[in-house]
Design a protein around this ligand. Structure first.
Ligand code: PBE
Length: 292
């Protein structure tokens, strides 16, 4: 009898211990450690800003390179398990619509304040294609519009089809961007972008409008440095994803004199470190309290 009880208790203890070791059961949302920040592509300005932040706050964690898509995949799985995760994050981005997330406070303002997203063209585009340049001067939208396109792109990766559908649904707004005389006859235009969700959305919409007007438009995803240098050298026509004055400051310092900053296409952009709202930290310096 006594022996039986002991066996039963031992069995239960072994099972509990084994499950503990296996990490079964949900992670405790209040008590975890942090070893790394999940970053994106190394050319992104937010990666340089994050290195500055790690130095300024003496953060005892690493920074992992990846991509926007890898970062959101990581968020998806971490949030499903209530695990702690810190990402290089920015707005506009669909992650804020998908999950309850917060920017960590940045008391030293390493990440800077509000930014604008600019459309930047090669010098000479205005002379070669004045109507295209005029369209780019007019092309500007807000959270609702870019948010809709980003949401469509997360549902279905037919970015071109989504841009066409969005244009059909927003004809009045789009007509307001299109100047009289925007009529291509198969002239080629090359747009560069980086695979950031916001850039994917604005690039495909601008391209779809120009295609509809009769231009032959190529869009190519490249590294951020290549995007800026190619436009400065005149090898490509424009981009819609220059983040100024902070995030792309280094690129703008290097290439700003050789490009044409055409217009602001979005106001109120922001970069920083972003975490799920269930994490009990609110500021960047607090990361060290949980660094392992
Ligand atoms: N981003 C999105 C880019 C600009 C657009 C914030 C990731 C960057 O860091 O360069």
């Amino acid at each position: 009898m006594f022996k039986g009880k002991l066996l039963a208790v031992t069995f239960v203890l072994v099972v509990v211990f084994a499950f503990g070791l296996m990490g079964c059961g949900p992670a405790d949302p209040d008590e975890q450690t942090i070893s790394d920040i999940t970053g994106i592509d190394p050319g992104a300005g937010i990666m340089a800003a994050t290195e500055d932040a790690m130095e300024a706050y003496d953060l005892q964690v690493g920074l992992i390179e990846g991509s926007d898509a890898a970062m959101t995949a990581e968020l998806d799985s971490a949030i499903a398990n209530e695990e702690w995760v810190i990402v290089t994050g920015w707005a506009p981005h669909w992650k804020f619509a998908e999950w309850d997330m917060k920017f960590l406070e940045d008391p030293d303002e390493v990440y800077g304040g509000e930014e604008y997203i600019a459309t930047v063209a090669r010098q000479g585009l205005a002379d070669d294609h004045p109507e295209v340049h005029e369209f780019l001067q007019n092309f500007s939208w807000g959270d609702d519009e870019i948010g809709e396109v980003m949401a469509m792109n997360t549902e279905d990766d037919d970015f071109t089809g989504n841009a066409d559908a969005w244009i059909a649904d927003n004809r009045d707004l789009v007509d307001g961007w299109v100047p009289d005389g925007l009529a291509g006859d198969g002239e080629e235009l090359e747009i560069l972008y980086v695979e950031w969700e916001c850039a994917l959305a604005s690039t495909h919409v601008a391209a779809a409008i120009l295609r509809e007007a009769g231009y032959e438009v190529d869009i190519t995803a490249v590294d951020a440095g290549v995007m800026w240098s190619s436009i400065a050298e005149g090898d490509a026509d424009f981009m819609t994803t220059a983040w100024l004055p902070g995030t792309h400051e280094a690129y703008n310092d290097e290439f700003g004199d050789e490009v044409d900053e055409v217009a602001t296409n979005y106001e109120g952009a922001r970069i920083g470190l972003v975490v799920p709202a269930y994490m009990p930290i609110d500021s960047i310096p607090e990361i060290n309290d949980y660094a392992d």
